[in-house]
Design a protein around this ligand. Structure first.
Ligand SMILES: C[S@@+](CC[C@H](N)C(=O)[O-])C[C@H]1O[C@@H](n2cnc3c(N)ncnc32)[C@H](O)[C@@H]1O
Length: 212
């Protein structure tokens, strides 16, 4: 967590509530699933929902489904008949994610892909209005290269964990591939003239990009 926990709690209290289904998913993930800190949570979830409502996307791509929390938040802003494609490598997460897609009433709007995103993205023949990157940090630059030509002009990309618990302002330790991936990604987009970007210090850092 980058910001003072009291400030984060206050920000959560003065943001809309996530609702009963996401509340239940949050609790079940914390009770039954490894690494529940990976789930976006109330504040970031409401931010993703708000962004999606602002864009009203027809097609969303998410890389890193985990238990489905952020996919449900993003789907809240979909156009009627819009679709969210979400990719997860861990097949053990399929049952819980699909259970909550049903509970959230979005099962017909979600295409849940299971496998390695590096292999699943290239053959996806779609143009996306919104992409959320939230999988293995080492591959962030690779994901960016794979999706950038699939995002429409004026479309948006949101990327999680770009402050990586503050490690981005500390010396890089040898062998730390995750932090190296975040460093490389942040540098890559900062000099890429195809996008405008703003790094928001929300939760673990969110990079918001607009393709120009
Ligand atoms: C931080 S979690 C995603 C959290 C989710 N977006 C949320 O906010 O609730 C990252 C997920 O990416 C998945 N992942 C890691 N490497 C992947 C890959 N190469 N392809 C697809 N998914 C991957 C992990 O198994 C994990 O479930």
């Amino acid at each position: 967590m980058i910001i003072d926990p009291k400030i984060e709690k206050y920000a959560e209290e003065f943001s809309s509530h996530q609702g009963a289904v996401l509340n239940e998913l949050f609790r079940e993930t914390h009770l039954k699933i490894m690494n529940p800190r990976m789930l976006s949570g109330q504040l970031q979830g409401r931010f993703l929902s708000m962004i999606s409502h602002m864009i009203r996307p027809k097609n969303i791509l998410e890389i890193g489904t985990y238990t489905g929390y952020s996919a449900i938040c993003l789907a809240e802003g979909l156009q009627e008949k819009g679709t969210i494609h979400t990719i997860e490598i861990d097949l053990e997460l399929e049952a819980i994610a699909k259970k909550y897609f049903r509970k959230a009433g979005i099962e017909n709007s979600v295409v849940a892909h299971f496998g390695n995103a590096l292999e699943i993205i290239p053959p996806l023949d779609l143009v996306f209005d919104l992409v959320f990157i939230d999988a293995d940090k080492e591959n962030y630059p690779n994901y960016y290269h794979l999706i950038i030509n699939k995002v429409r002009k004026g479309g948006f990309i949101v990327v999680d964990n770009v402050l990586w618990s503050g490690k981005v302002v500390q010396p890089l330790k040898s062998g730390d591939k995750d932090t190296a991936g975040i460093f490389a990604f942040n540098a890559l987009v900062q000099q890429d003239e195809r996008v405008e970007n703003v790094l928001l210090p929300l939760r673990d850092g969110l990079m918001l990009l607009r393709k120009i």
